[in-house]
Design a protein around this ligand. Structure first.
Ligand SMILES: [Zn+2]
Length: 357
């Protein structure tokens, strides 16, 4: 039997995925890697009349990942990363939601954490970015823009726009990380992004509600694809068969959705700049500070017990330790199985015939 290439051995694939998972990005919508790719593509996609802003796509790319890391130490951060239109009561017109967040939540009789607040965060940050550009505060424009790019990215991720975000209501537990962390990070690369021209958005809040509605619709297709791939793989979702089938089913949809995400972010950057009166754009900054634009928390936990590493560091340490323990278990397991098989062969094989001389 022809030996299978090492790359396609399921255990190897699972280990490779585990290594990818050890990068920042867990519990995000797209992984950190995709947020970075999307923000870079969006920054470069602004119209020619705003061409000087394209250089900002570099310093803004990494900071567009930070909001997921702020969640570690800021309990109020998480609600801005999702919005679930399927929590609205039947017949409620999504587009009629009040622009004032408190009024909207009162109308829905829901707490912000029960449905998410991404569209309100997007509208507010677009205004802040525009005001910063108008007043020549380009550091604040870049920081609010990077944060804005994150929330727009999250809202375009279908599983951040449905109450069944982890398949928990349809027996598909774990589908969130299977798609966003394992599948997309393994198969998607930035050259696949194809942006449409950025356009001026008359009403960023209504645009954001529309993106949420599209995402929620798309979540049904993505969940159905997970169901089909699971069935095709004999319910073994940690196998090569599952991931290859899922990618075949979703490749076009994922590439299109990520491309639309980058396009819509560049449209918001352009809208903010037009609303600011098209001010001159300076040279970009080398880098942006990592702390939250809302609460000031850093991307490392500031409050730790003396002598203990921060929570974020501890989490990654455990992930890396788990990864190496997995490799050790695999190596020792393989050696033990081979030794056992050799022993059995020696025990059961007849004495070799005397060699004819
Ligand atoms: Zn997020």
């Amino acid at each position: 039997m022809k030996p299978r290439p090492l790359l396609f051995f399921p255990a190897t694939l699972v280990l490779a995925l585990a290594l990818l998972l050890a990068l920042p990005g867990r519990a995000s919508a797209w992984s950190g890697q995709q947020h970075l790719q999307i923000t870079r593509a969006a920054g470069k996609n602004v119209p020619d009349e705003m061409a000087d802003f394209r250089a900002f796509s570099w310093p803004m790319a990494y900071p567009s990942v930070y909001p997921d890391l702020w969640k570690n130490d800021d309990g109020t951060e998480g609600v801005r990363h999702y919005f679930e239109p399927d929590r609205l009561r039947r017949g409620f017109d999504l587009m009629s939601l009040p622009r004032d967040l408190d009024e909207a939540m009162a109308t829905l009789s829901l707490r912000p954490d029960e449905i998410g607040t991404a569209p309100w965060a997007i509208a507010a940050l677009t205004r802040q970015m525009s005001e910063a550009m108008r007043t020549n505060d380009w550091m604040w424009a870049a920081r609010t823009g990077a944060t804005l790019a994150h929330y727009v990215g999250d809202l375009h991720m279908p599983l951040h726009a449905t109450r069944n975000f982890n398949g928990q209501e349809s027996g598909q537990n774990g589908v969130h990380s299977r798609i966003e962390s394992d599948l997309i990070r393994s198969f998607f690369h930035s050259e696949m992004i194809r942006c449409e021209p950025a356009v001026y958005l008359e009403d960023p809040f209504l645009a954001a509600l529309g993106w949420a509605r599209d995402s929620q619709q798309l979540s049904l297709k993505w969940l159905r694809s997970d169901f089909e791939a699971t069935r095709a793989a004999g319910r073994h979702v940690d196998t090569e068969d599952y991931y290859l089938t899922l990618w075949n089913l979703l490749e076009d949809s994922i590439v299109r959705r990520i491309s639309v995400t980058a396009t819509d972010i560049s449209s918001l950057f352009y809208t903010a700049w037009v609303d600011a009166g098209r001010p001159p754009i300076p040279e970009p900054f080398e880098e942006l500070p990592p702390y939250s634009i809302f609460s000031g928390v850093d991307i490392q936990a500031p409050e730790t017990t003396p002598g203990q590493p921060p929570q974020t560091q501890r989490t990654y340490d455990y992930m890396i330790l788990g990864f190496f323990l997995g490799i050790l278990a695999l190596v020792f397991g393989s050696v033990a199985v081979r030794a056992f098989a050799r022993l059995r062969r020696q025990k059961h094989s007849p004495l070799p015939p005397a060699s004819p001389r």
